[in-house]
Write a protein that binds this ligand. Structure first.
Ligand code: GLN
Length: 240
């Protein structure tokens, strides 16, 4: 009897420990929000998740995938959280739940540093790169392709920004449309420059499976504490 309750206690403990590991999906090609350095997930979102985990009392496991796989993976239960500078949109809100917003961004247009192209690169014969399924992709699709400004064949969709950037630097495409903070980071670290900003005022949120109230509340409570304690400002100073 004693042994049996000991085993039961062990099992319960194991189940508890197991349920406390949260799998975080990200697309680690988006500095300074998420990227890999010396084999480790680093960046603003990654540290933010680590702070949330400390407060909420769970362990983290990070998984890297293409941006457009994140919501399907979340819905399929392969991951519990998306932390990927993901913009809160009406469309996404139909299928996942978002935390309170933690960042505001616009879209930027980048070209090679030695290029003479301006924002008018968007309006015609040039090739524009985006990451599949991002708000940059949606903006180009809705505002340029659907309105007949940019031929569909000139909008090149990539799994990652690493591939888009290498095609930009190789001259295979002429510009990339992406989130403004990341565009500024690339402009500071790669031979590219920002030639225009499209004001979208989009806000980033952490996504969980629809209806996962317990996890969402834990994340929101932790986020509020992180903002109030000044930890958020510390993270901003560290990465921006
Ligand atoms: N904020 C953009 C979006 O949600 C891009 C995010 C990303 O590429 N990681 O679509």
């Amino acid at each position: 009897m004693k042994l049996r309750s000991f085993v039961l206690a062990l099992l319960l403990l194991a189940a508890f420990a197991f349920s406390k590991t949260i799998t975080v999906g990200t697309s680690a090609d988006f500095p300074p929000f998420e990227y890999i350095e010396n084999g480790r997930f680093v960046g603003f979102d990654m540290d933010l998740m680590r702070e949330i985990a400390k407060i909420a009392g769970f362990e983290l496991k990070f998984v890297d995938m293409s941006f457009d796989s994140l919501i399907p993976a979340l819905r399929a239960g392969q991951i519990d959280v998306v932390a990927a500078a993901m913009t809160i949109t009406e469309e996404r809100k139909q299928v996942v739940d978002f935390s309170i917003p933690y960042w505001t961004a616009d879209q930027s247009v980048i070209v090679r540093a030695d290029s003479n192209l301006t924002i008018t690169v968007l309006f015609g014969k040039y090739k524009i790169g985006v990451q599949t399924g991002t708000t940059g992709d949606l903006w180009c699709t809705d505002e340029l392709v659907s309105k007949g400004i940019l031929p569909e064949r000139n909008l090149k969709r990539y799994d990652t920004f690493i591939l888009a950037l290498s095609d930009l630097l190789n001259g295979n495409i002429d510009a990339i449309v992406l989130d403004s903070p990341v565009a500024s980071r690339f402009a500071a670290t790669k031979p590219v420059k920002v030639v225009g900003i499209i004001v979208t005022g989009e806000q980033y949120g952490i996504a969980v499976r629809k209806g996962n109230k317990e996890l969402l509340n834990a994340i929101n409570n932790a986020l509020k504490q992180i903002i109030e304690s000044g930890k958020m400002s510390e993270l901003i100073d560290k990465y921006f």
